[in-house]
Design a protein around this ligand. Structure first.
Ligand SMILES: O=P(O)(O)OC[C@H]1O[C@H](OP(=O)(O)OP(=O)(O)O)[C@H](O)[C@@H]1O
Ligand SMILES: Nc1nc2[nH]cnc2c(=O)[nH]1
Ligand SMILES: [Mg+2]
Length: 161
């Protein structure tokens, strides 16, 4: 269970995706990009623009049976156009336990796997990432959050003794 939160803004996400693109320039050129849906879709779009890559595939892996329980990962959308991954770049937003990345790598063994954020358990499954995040930290992506009004300190009720 995560005990801390790390909020990522749209600006940070864009900057990190551009930083990853710079590193990826020396690993390419790539025939195409496979976005790991859904979290990898927006990072993949930014990276595809930077790398001038127009062939975009997607893979969708479901790892949750219900809200709590994790089941066997199931690929519910296959990246047909990517074959065995040869010449392709796979993009996800983050690796946590590494379960999703492992399933993607099994399906696309020849692809390069890159993501923006990596927690220690998932780190060995990525070829490239931008920022390491502690295992006990839950990353809040811009699509997970909304700006919220926070009352001024002076208006907060005094704590009762
Ligand atoms: O390393 P793991 O423990 O597998 O966790 C990482 C995966 O979890 C999140 O996706 P999620 O399954 O929540 O689905 P989504 O991308 O559709 O939101 C995230 O986008 C990664 O794909
Ligand atoms: N948004 C989000 N999804 C995840 N899926 C697995 N780990 C995470 C995380 O830290 N943040
Ligand atoms: Mg995902």
């Amino acid at each position: 269970m995560a005990t801390n939160y790390a909020t990522v803004t749209w600006d940070q996400l864009h900057r990190d995706a551009r930083l990853l693109s710079e590193t990826l320039m020396s690993r390419g050129p790539f025939r195409g990009i496979v976005a790991v849906s859904r979290g990898g879709l927006i990072p993949a779009a930014i990276i595809a623009r930077e790398l001038d890559c127009r062939l975009i595939e997607s893979i969708s892996v479901v790892t949750y049976q219900n809200e709590e329980e994790r089941g066997e990962p199931r690929i519910i959308k296959d990246p047909v156009a990517a074959g065995d991954g040869d010449g392709f770049l796979v993009i996800d937003d983050l690796v946590d336990s590494g379960v999703t990345a492992q399933a993607v790598r099994k399906r696309l063994p020849k692809a390069v796997f890159a993501c923006l954020y990596a927690k220690p358990s998932g780190k060995p499954l990525t070829d490239l990432f931008v920022v390491e995040v502690p295992q006990d930290t839950w990353v809040l992506f811009p699509w997970d959050t909304a700006p919220l009004f926070v009352p001024p300190l002076a208006r907060k009720p005094a704590p009762t003794a």
